[in-house]
Design a protein around this ligand. Structure first.
Ligand code: ZN
Length: 123
């Protein structure tokens, strides 16, 4: 996949694109943030785009749900090890354009994982 294709697909979904090494991909309302290194991995790039296009860019239950059930943890980790700046995506707060961005879905997922571990370890 190349940058032009991504820009075209984003436009079809009424999104503008910004490139960043410090994440894999993210939606902030109508903005799609995407790691340019994704272009090197066709399948992961396609999966990631399909995922981001499903998001509403707002905090809905559906957005949380697709973040919990979709996406390959292995693909994500392999990508992060190859492009270590992308590990920053696991930090649920970021400063973007001098504004604090809180990734609520990631925080909720941490609580879910934490809760599961808590119950598993108590058994
Ligand atoms: Zn997502």
């Amino acid at each position: 996949m190349d940058k032009t294709t991504i820009l075209k697909k984003a436009k079809e979904n009424n999104l503008t694109v910004e490139w960043s090494d410090w994440l894999i991909s993210a939606r902030v309302q109508n903005l799609l943030l995407i790691n340019p290194n994704l272009l090197k991995y066709d399948k992961f790039c396609n999966d990631t785009l399909a995922h981001e296009f499903k998001h509403t860019g707002k905090m809905t239950k559906n957005d949380l749900w697709i973040d919990m059930v979709e996406g390959s943890i292995i693909d994500t980790l392999v990508f992060c090890f190859r492009h270590p700046k992308a590990f920053a995506r696991f930090i649920p707060i970021a400063i973007y354009k001098k504004e604090l961005q809180v990734d609520v879905n990631t925080i909720i997922i941490y609580f879910v994982i934490g809760g599961l571990l808590f119950f598993i370890l108590r058994m």
